[in-house]
Each structure stands twice: as structure tokens, then as C-alpha cells.
Design a protein around this ligand. Structure first.
Ligand SMILES: *Cc1c(COP(=O)(O)O)cnc(C)c1O
Length: 439
């Protein structure tokens, strides 16, 4: 590699449109980190500066960057078979991955549909839900229910399920109808649950599925709710023959201290979507379904699920995803996460009483705080207090991309204790410095 930092930045400014930005990046408060390499928990920029990856690169690198076993699996698979259409063919990587995934999934989820990112894992769940009832002769069941504050991805279907207005507003009129139930805010669980039950009871004849992010809404600001609420959603959906889709794209793979967030509630959803950490470094995702779901697509040609992506079942992604599961087993990654979690909880609890911090929370290897002045959801997203913390953290050697005015960490689950303590110290210092500067 030969381009200088400035040359890369100039090309970037001239041609690249980054996610969640204006076209010209005019809202950017600081220059992007020009990453040259990444190893373990660290991003290394072109000048050799090192940054702890506080969000595990959008929650994907639970095993850290460049895990040698994943690289070897990728290399071996690339030499043998990098891609083939997953139609009229199959391959060891895909078949064995499906078996290994089913083995660790909540009991009863035993068929796997592969897609190429989290949004499409949701999109196929939407289509499966609609067509299931179509195939069963109940075509009125075509609507969906989701929670306020939900984030399920970026395609039109996934955006329609979303409950963050700022993401939806420009697309009003194009998105499909989705009923939203109140988010179970602390102190208001009972009321939120009653509202949800009421909606399902009243509208189940037209509702195909309820979509939830189990226990933590990630993108809307790491908002948590208790397992009881999830269990209750399971009960009411089952009672009214409404499918429950668990979006574990963020929460899966040990982030919450268990392999799946659903495990905290001891439930099996009808469909479960996984992505992000699932294939670590490659765009690959999966939607698991129960026999009750799969059986609706059997028996006659008209029952075919008309859905597929060019790269679904990609052998490279499948080989890496399979090795991810093997490393999870061999290194007890979920156990490691559960053991380290209390350090995150303690660090965020220490910030709770700081003037300028509105509230803190943590679950497993996730810790978050809302900066005061940021109003949740809409305003919070457009707020720039979080970016002040980002700049402070960057100067101290950590990458802490905020969610508006919510500052959080979701580090690699295998981050060692010294690195984790360093990251948490940087969070502490950066929040204190940022709060002092604006108060
Ligand atoms: C990231 C995310 C998605 C979308 O996944 P992409 O791979 O970005 O399309 C869906 N649901 C949840 C909960 C997510 O965190």
C-alpha cells in the first residue's frame, strides 16, 4: 500500500459516500480514522496510531480482528471453492455450518436459510411470515407488529418494521404498514405489556408476526428490557397464532452474556435472525426457523418460497461462520463474556452520578450511557454530544462511535482484561472531559 494519509482522505472526500452521512460529510466533526490494519482489539491507522475498537467494528468482531483460525478457514476455502450458486448445488461449508448452527440455537430451530446481511435475514423472515399464512389459506395475515425504537435493518421491509422516526421519515408513503407497541421503559413494563397484549388480541387476524430485538435494542441506543417481557411476548404470540421473530443480529453470539439473548428468557422464537458476529468478517447472515414454519412450505410447487440472493450460502462466508462457532466452542467465548461483563457494569455504574450523564445501563459485554441534553430517539440521534466524547476518546486511543447522544462500548468478547480496563478508563476520562467542556 502506497497512498499517503492525505491522498486517501482526498480520494475519500472526492468520491465516497459513507453510511449515515450527508453526501458531502458536512456534518462530520472530525476526520475519519484512516485504518491500515487491525489486530485483535486494535485498529491501526496509516501513521501507526492504535485505537481500541470500542464497538468491535459495528458489533461484528466478537473474536477480535484477524483471528488466525478464521483467516486460515478463509484461505483454505478460497483455494477450494470461493463461490457457487446455492441452487441445484450444495457444499460442505454450508451444510456443516447449518448443522453446527442448529446445534447451538434455541431448541426447535432446525432449518436454516442463508442470506448476505442482517437486513436480508429480516427481509426473508418478513416474506416467510407472509407466505406461511398465504400457504395456509389465511391471506389476511399480512401485517406486522414491532416495538417503538426498533431497528431491524435498512431494506424497505426492514425499515418498515423500524421504530426510530428519524430513519423512516424520508420514506413515508413507501414503507408498509406496521403496528408499533410501546417500548417497555423502566417503571412502565406492565403498561407496555398490556398495550402489546391488547394489540395482539385485537389485531391477530391480520398480524402475521411480531418482530423484536430480544432484551436490547441496539441501534436506537442500547435500550434494555427484562427477560420477563420477552417471555410474555412469546406467550401471547403463541396463544394467538402470531409468529415471533427474534432479531438476534446484534444480541446473538454472546453479546449479552449468553449465546442468544432469547436464552435469558428460556424461549424459542418461530424464526431467529442472526448476522454481524455470525460470519465475523464477511457479509453473511442466516434465518433459522422451526418445523412449524418450514412445514408450511412443503408438499406442492405453489408452496415454494420465492426468495434467494446471488451470494446466499457463499462458501467463504459459510466456512468462516463455521470456524467462528468452532472457536466459540474451543475458547469458551460466551463464558469469557459472562466473566468480563461485571467490569463493564461497574465502570458505567461509576459514571451514573456524573453531572451531564442522564442514565447508564449494561448487559453482558455492552455498557451504555445517555448524555444529558440528548432527548431519546429522534433528537438523540441528531445530537452531537456523543461526538464530543468520540473526539476525546480518539485522542486517547479508542474508537467510540456514538449513537447520537448515547455513548456505549461493545468490545470484542475476547478482549483481554488489561485492554478492557484501558478501554473503560478511556471511556471514563473521555466522558468526564466532554461533559466538563460543555457544562
Ligand atoms: C445491524 C442490524 C441489522 C441489519 O444488519 P445489516 O447487516 O446491517 O443489514 C438488523 N437488526 C439488528 C438488530 C441489527 O443490529
Amino acid at each position: 500500500m502506497s497512498l499517503s494519509r492525505d491522498a486517501i482522505l482526498a480520494l475519500d472526500r472526492a468520491h465516497v459516500w459513507h453510511p449515515y452521512t450527508t453526501d458531502d460529510g458536512s456534518e462530520r466533526s472530525s476526520e475519519p480514522i484512516v485504518v491500515a490494519r487491525a489486530e485483535g482489539s486494535w485498529l491501526v491507522d496509516v501513521d501507526g496510531s492504535r485505537y481500541l475498537d470500542g464497538n468491535a467494528s459495528w458489533w461484528t468482531q466478537t473474536l477480535g480482528h484477524g483471528h488466525p483460525r478464521l483467516l486460515r478457514a478463509l484461505e483454505d476455502q478460497a483455494r477450494a471453492l470461493a463461490h457457487v450458486a446455492f441452487a441445484g448445488t450444495t457444499h460442505e461449508a454450508g451444510a456443516a455450518l447449518a448443522r453446527d448452527l442448529v446445534a447451538v440455537a434455541p431448541p426447535g430451530l432446525d432449518r436454516v436459510f442463508f442470506t448476505d446481511n442482517g437486513s436480508t435475514a429480516i427481509e426473508v423472515a418478513i416474506k416467510i411470515a407472509v407466505q406461511l399464512f398465504e400457504n395456509e389459506g389465511r391471506p389476511k395475515k399480512k401485517r406486522f407488529l414491532a416495538l417503538d425504537g426498533a431497528f431491524h435493518g435498512e431494506t424497505i421491509g426492514a425499515t418498515s418494521l423500524g421504530g426510530v422516526d428519524v430513519f423512516k421519515k424520508p420514506f413515508a408513503g413507501v414503507l408498509f404498514d406496521c403496528v408499533h407497541a410501546p417500548f417497555p421503559e423502566e417503571g412502565a413494563y406492565a403498561a407496555a405489556f398490556d398495550a402489546l397484549v391488547d394489540l395482539v388480541r385485537r389485531e391477530h387476524e391480520t398480524i402475521a408476526a411480531v418482530f423484536v430485538e430480544p432484551l436490547v435494542q441496539g441501534a436506537s441506543g442500547m435500550r434494555t428490557y427484562p427477560p420477563d417481557y420477552l417471555r410474555a411476548i412469546r406467550d401471547v404470540t403463541r396463544a394467538h397464532d402470531v409468529l415471533l421473530v427474534a432479531d438476534e443480529v446484534f444480541t446473538g453470539y454472546g453479546r449479552t452474556g449468553r449465546m442468544w439473548a432469547c436464552e435469558h428468557a428460556g424461549i424459542t422464537p418461530d424464526l431467529l435472525c442472526t448476522g454481524k458476529a455470525f460470519a465475523a468478517m464477511l457479509p453473511m447472515a442466516a434465518t433459522l426457523v422451526t418445523e412449524r414454519v418450514a412445514s408450511a412450505f412443503r408438499g406442492a410447487k405453489e408452496r415454494t418460497l420465492w426468495y434467494g440472493h446471488t451470494f446466499c450460502g457463499n462458501p467463504l462466508g459459510a466456512a468462516v461462520a463455521r470456524e467462528v462457532l468452532a472457536v466459540y466452542r474451543d475458547e469458551d467465548v460466551v463464558g469469557q463474556a459472562a466473566r468480563k461483563a461485571p467490569r463493564i457494569a461497574a465502570a458505567f455504574a461509576r459514571l451514573a452520578s456524573l453531572p451531564g450523564v442522564a442514565r447508564v445501563r449494561s448487559l453482558g459485554m455492552m455498557g451504555a450511557l445517555d448524555l444529558e441534553g440528548g432527548v431519546h430517539l429522534d433528537m438523540g440521534y441528531l445530537g452531537d454530544l456523543g461526538w464530543k466524547v468520540y473526539a476525546e476518546a480518539k485522542a486517547r486511543g479508542a474508537y467510540l462511535r456514538p449513537l447520537g447522544d448515547t455513548v456505549y462500548v461493545c468490545p470484542p468478547l475476547v478482549m483481554d482484561d488489561q485492554e478492557l480496563d484501558l478501554l473503560l478508563r478511556i471511556v471514563d476520562e473521555s466522558v468526564r472531559a466532554a461533559v466538563t467542556s460543555w457544562r
